[in-house]
Design a protein. Structure first.
Length: 281
């Protein structure tokens, strides 16, 4: 069996400039463990609906993945189907909630969930919540963006829009897929995993983090790549607060640093490393 990573993980939540929090995030990693899980949802539907939607999605998906991960080999053989089943179970729970509480009609949530098994990263995502990989000084988004933004950016590259028109397009943040208790138009859940390397850093985030540009995020990660995940989380939150943007959305993310794998003999007793939950506002 391959050596396992040492995980350094931390999560953060901020209301931003909003009156209430509609994001939810939970992660579980253990030193020397074969499996690490992070789940995030960005709710919509207004107060007393969006926050409930995100909690339903995160709770359902996280509990299902934690239940399935007990048998690591069996879990990896069926992990893609497990991710799909967990997402559909969460979608069904949203439908049940709306049926029981008609006033919450229209509630929904994005989803991005990751499972790291040994050195392989699997994920499922619905909506526009990004999954970033920072590797060798370069930041890339791994998952699909289920919003109008990619199409608008394509129009800009084709000369149909200029940069300012694309950036401020009123439909830019319109979602093309989301969990809302009905048929889900688009799901990103690759069959083949991404093989992770020591030194990789993952960010499972809501789109609130993207009030910072990819260049800004990359600069922060480059400047603090040797810091612990909790400090990096604080740096990102600090830069978002420094924007003083009156439209700053809710922000949530989990940061997972993957340190050099250790042999099973060296791991000894596993110690839970869930990282600090930073809450701002």
């Amino acid at each position: 069996m391959p050596a396992t990573f040492d995980f350094d993980a931390a999560s953060a939540l901020s209301k931003g400039a909003r009156a209430y929090q509609e994001d939810a995030v939970i992660a579980d990693f253990s030193r020397g463990s074969d499996v690490g899980v992070a789940v995030l949802a960005d709710g919509m539907g207004g107060h007393a609906a969006g926050d409930i939607a995100s909690k339903i999605v995160v709770t359902e998906v996280f509990s299902e993945l934690m239940f399935q991960r007990g048998d690591v080999e069996a879990f990896e053989r069926t992990v893609t189907q497990n991710l799909l089943d967990a997402a559909m179970a969460a979608n069904a729970c949203l439908r049940q909630h709306v049926d029981m509480h008609p006033e919450t009609h229209g509630m929904g949530a994005t989803l991005v969930a990751t499972a790291i098994i040994n050195q392989n990263l699997y994920w499922i995502s619905v909506g526009d919540s990004p999954l970033f990989l920072f590797r060798d000084g370069s930041l890339s988004q791994l998952n699909e963006d289920h919003s109008m933004a990619p199409q608008i950016d394509f129009m800009m590259k084709s000369g149909l829009l200029n940069a300012e028109e694309a950036r401020n397009h009123p439909d830019r943040n319109t979602l093309t897929s989301v969990l809302f208790g009905e048929e889900v138009p688009r799901i990103d859940c690759p069959e083949e995993p991404l093989e992770l390397r020591p030194g990789d850093l993952l960010i499972v985030a809501s789109d609130g983090l993207q009030f910072l540009s990819n260049t800004q995020i990359s600069e922060i990660l480059s400047a603090h790549c040797d810091a612990q995940s909790a400090e990096i989380a604080d740096r990102l939150l600090g830069c978002l607060n420094d924007l003083q943007d009156p439209d700053l959305d809710n922000v949530s993310f989990s940061i997972v640093k993957l340190n050099t794998p250790r042999s099973r003999e060296a791991n000894g007793c596993a110690a839970t490393v869930e990282g600090m939950i930073r809450r701002v506002g």
